[in-house]
Design a protein around this ligand. Structure first.
Ligand SMILES: C[S@@+](CC[C@H](N)C(=O)[O-])C[C@H]1O[C@@H](n2cnc3c(N)ncnc32)[C@H](O)[C@@H]1O
Length: 221
């Protein structure tokens, strides 16, 4: 039996789980593979790495990461999502020692301190209210080893008129104030306030998705 979705104020996508894989390539204008490869390349993976993918959806990125790891050497790619149906779809595609999926909320992770070498997320933080964004980043900090990498690709301040149009239409069409927060550019400060180094703005996709790279720095006592 599948575990139930976990309670969260995050916008979960149980209702979209069975169509998500048809919709996402359209939303990413046919560049999903290039976009995912860019995120994976920033991780600079070793086959022994332990990687956590927050808000993994149907697990496309989690699987691409797992392809470069080796369970016998300790490597594992774990995708978590609060929506049980997303996890159900992800598990049908692949689940083994190197690639695992769990139903869990990013703001309350069921993992030990320092358990991961890197935490990654794609198009997830615009599903969270401001306080949950901060909590999820705090949890990412906690489960990362010192100097562990954080890679976040998400909606941010638009850089083109087309990006601005897509962002603002999405914010109002989906009635999602959490997107409005991303458009206002809250992510870099939240990342830093959670105890990470100032994030590097690596690249932008479609004028509205920015890829951030940072590392866990020791929190000041
Ligand atoms: C737009 S999807 C992104 C999926 C995938 N990362 C991708 O790039 O295709 C956002 C996902 O975040 C999940 N989600 C929302 N709130 C969550 C939370 N608090 N904890 C974990 N996952 C959550 C949703 O269920 C959804 O699957």
């Amino acid at each position: 039996m599948e575990k139930k979705s976990v309670p969260t104020r995050g916008r979960t996508l149980d209702y979209a789980a069975f169509v998500y894989d048809f919709l996402e390539p359209i939303l990413l204008l046919g560049k999903q593979a290039e976009y995912d490869r860019q995120i994976v390349s920033l991780l600079g993976l070793h086959k022994t790495d332990r990687i956590l993918d927050l808000g993994c959806g149907t697990g496309v990125l989690t699987r691409m990461i797992a392809d470069q790891l080796d369970a016998e050497s300790g490597g594992v790619s774990i995708g978590i999502d609060a929506a049980a149906r997303m996890i159900q779809v992800a598990r049908k595609k692949r689940e083994d020692q190197t690639c695992r999926f769990e139903v869990a909320a990013a703001e309350d992770l069921p993992y030990d301190d320092g358990a991961f070498d890197a935490v990654v997320s794609s198009l997830f933080f615009h599903h969270l209210d401001l306080d949950l964004k901060a909590k999820a980043l705090g949890e990412a900090w906690r489960v990362l080893r010192p100097q562990g990498k954080l890679v976040i690709a998400d909606m941010h301040t638009p850089t083109t008129w087309m990006g601005a149009l897509v962002s603002h239409v999405s914010r109002w069409f989906f009635m999602q104030p959490q997107i409005g927060e991303n458009i206002r550019g809250v992510l870099p400060a939240l990342i830093q306030n959670a105890g990470f180094e100032p994030p590097e703005n690596v690249c932008t996709y479609f004028g509205y998705i920015t890829v951030f790279l940072s590392r866990k720095s020791p929190k000041a006592e």
